[in-house]
Design a protein around this ligand. Structure first.
Ligand code: URA
Length: 423
């Protein structure tokens, strides 16, 4: 097989054969196709797209590049959720123990944040002692103990995607629906879950800025999952404003614990319960309703067992940033708009996120929102609190927030929290 022939075929708008796709993924993983050749192919895919058959073959080839996990020894169905990423999106934290408390196992492999969106592992690592890296045997032990486990994907899972994702990140080839769909689904199918609920975010703080693009990504992923024998559904959900009132690692853990204690912001509770119902229904588990499991303490019990089983102390004080700064409402009126991207970028500049994969994050850094779109505010009232380890970070965070919120006579139109269900 000749790699240049494969690149040229896609460059000229042709369709790659199953054999070509199998070969190029295998040769790239094995180092026989060079990074510059794969980046040319990725760019040709970004520009010319792929047919559904090509995307399915590409996904299967990436799954075959590594191990496929198997949970068939468990006595209850497995269910997982994947979010395409957003600002203040801490839903996985209350959701996994909640679904476990309602009768399904949740084996979840998560990632770290890059850019303005946070990563679940960074959030959980703010809990003293908590460990993200587990062997497969340890994962099984935590699942049996707590019903849910959230940990880092090992290097053996879809190694082709690991290599290709790092390449896409530095070659302007992330924003391709075939490449995003195959990247996410290769990992989720290899993870071995029986049921998958996808939370595809839409809006300024998400990868997908429009409902149409999000719908295309969601339906591509639902088809890939279904074809691979994973019961898959997707919700398109709002990311034009931040989710909840906390953005930043330890701040988001605190908010997740509030939800598990039966409180928390209404949008976080509503989305957590909706996703939990989708996961349980799709997995065929009936019994306790998730809203009840938040009220009766069973979801909190499952969370505490899960954190302890991974070395964490659920009662430990979480890290706090050394410095805070309050942003006040410049005038009285309604908080008409609060842009998710502006808030995410500001939190990132405060130290909550990283620029390079190797960078550390500040666990205490981030933003607490005191008002959400639609709330009445008075001039001088605190709109948000910025948290950082050094005061020098505030100026650039404030610059990110400039134009990111607006006070007016009435709230601007915003996306419904759950826009659409696919699958
Ligand atoms: N998340 C992934 O895992 N892959 C992508 O391509 C984009 C988001």
């Amino acid at each position: 097989m000749d790699v240049i022939e494969v690149i040229v075929r896609k460059r000229d708008g042709g369709e790659l054969s199953t054999e070509q796709i199998d070969w190029v993924i295998d040769a790239y993983t094995g180092g026989r196709v060079a990074d510059e050749q794969m980046s040319a192919l990725a760019m040709a895919i970004l520009l010319n797209g792929m047919t559904r058959r090509e995307i399915a073959d590409w996904t299967q080839a990436m799954i075959r590049s590594g191990e496929r996990m198997d949970w068939s020894m468990l006595d209850r169905p497995t269910a997982d959720k994947h979010s395409t990423g957003g600002v203040g999106d801490k839903i996985t934290l209350p959701l996994a123990p909640l679904v476990a408390a309602c009768g399904a196992y949740v084996p979840q492999l998560s990632g770290r944040g890059l850019g303005h969106t946070g990563g679940t592992l960074d959030k959980l690592e703010s809990i003293p002692g908590w460990r993200a890296s587990l062997s497969n045997e340890e994962m099984l032990g935590v699942l049996r103990e707590a019903g849910a486990v959230i940990c880092a994907a090992g290097s053996g899972l879809a190694p082709a995607d690991r290599k290709l994702y790092a390449l896409r990140d530095v070659t302007g080839t992330v924003e391709s629906i075939p490449l995003i769909a195959s990247s996410i689904m290769s990992k989720k199918i290899a993870e071995g879950t029986g049921t998958l609920v996808l939370d595809v975010k839409v809006g300024s703080g998400a990868f997908m800025k429009s409902v149409d693009r999000a719908r295309e990504l969601a339906s591509t992923m639902v088809e890939l999952g279904t074809d691979a024998g994973v019961r898959t559904v997707a919700l398109l959900t709002a990311m034009d404003r931040p989710l909840g009132r906390a953005v930043g690692n330890a701040l988001e853990v605190e908010e997740a614990v509030e939800v598990l204690a039966g409180g928390g912001p209404s949008d976080v509770v509503e989305l957590t319960v909706r996703l939990a119902r989708e996961m349980l229904e799709t997995a065929g588990v009936s019994g306790k309703d998730p809203a009840d499991a938040l009220k009766d303490g069973s979801a909190m019990d499952s969370w505490r067992r899960m954190i302890r089983a991974q070395g964490g102390d659920p009662d430990a004080l979480l890290p706090r940033a050394a410095e805070t700064m309050t942003v006040e409402a410049p005038e009285s009126g309604v908080l008409a708009r609060l842009d998710a991207y502006a808030v995410g970028l500001a939190a990132w500049r405060l130290g909550a996120g990283r620029t390079r994969k190797e960078d550390p994050v500040s666990f205490g850094a981030g933003i607490t929102l005191h008002a959400k779109p639609g709330d009445l505010v008075r001039a001088g009232q605190p709109l948000m609190t910025l948290h950082a380890d050094e005061t020098s970070r505030f100026e650039r965070a404030l610059a990110a927030l400039e134009g990111g919120y607006e006070i007016g006579p009435a709230a601007a139109e915003q996306l419904p929290l759950v826009i659409e269900r696919i699958g």
